[in-house]
Write a protein of this length. Structure first.
Length: 189
């Protein structure tokens, strides 16, 4: 009985410590999460994610259909307890030796749990190109911090890039490539 009490006290202390550090951003722990290929059947959930994450710039329905069906595009979804909560798409430009991260979004209530980072890392791996680029709103400090932590550097600014006239920061990452060509077939499922 004494051992169980000590374990309870240890876990209780951990949760109190966690709450004191992250009280304004506390989210319940993920029960299960999978990163899976996305397809056209994910159109509805993807549209909800786009609207929640990018209220000023959500992609139109036809663009969402295209990203879910275009050959070669790496498209991944994060699924928590059966619900799609995040999405990323990577557009390989093999002739240019690079790829673009076209979009990355996680529902607000699931942020700050590492989902965006896991989606980004898996997409980078599947793209398997030496150079990766993305653009992000200049005022999106959280996303910029994530990208910088993962090795992206600021390489330029596109003025008035977004629908409301907002500027985009262009970021780039160099990575080693492997001989694995699984990224070329992933988008064709």
């Amino acid at each position: 009985m004494g051992d169980y009490f000590l374990i309870f006290v240890f876990y209780f202390s951990l949760f109190n410590f966690h709450d004191s550090l992250f009280s304004s951003h506390f989210s319940p722990p993920l029960l299960s999460m999978d990163i899976l290929p996305a397809n056209l059947r994910d159109l509805g959930p993807l549209r909800r994610i786009e609207q929640a994450c990018f209220p000023k710039d959500a992609w139109p329905l036809l663009d969402l259909m295209a990203v879910l069906t275009w050959p070669e595009v790496v498209r991944l979804k994060a699924v928590v307890n059966g619900q799609m909560v995040g999405f990323i798409a990577g557009d390989p430009r093999r002739g240019e030796g690079m790829a673009w991260i076209a979009t990355l979004g996680v529902l607000p209530e699931y942020r700050r749990q590492g989902i965006a980072r896991l989606l980004l890392l898996e997409c980078e791996k599947r793209l398997n190109t030496p150079r990766l680029r993305l653009c992000v709103r200049l005022e999106n400090d959280g996303a910029i911090r994530l990208y910088e932590q993962e090795g992206y550097l600021r390489v330029g600014t596109w003025t008035k890039y977004y629908n409301d006239g907002g500027d985009a920061l262009v970021m780039e990452k160099l990575q080693a490539v492997t001989g694995d060509s699984s990224s070329e077939t992933q988008g064709r499922k």
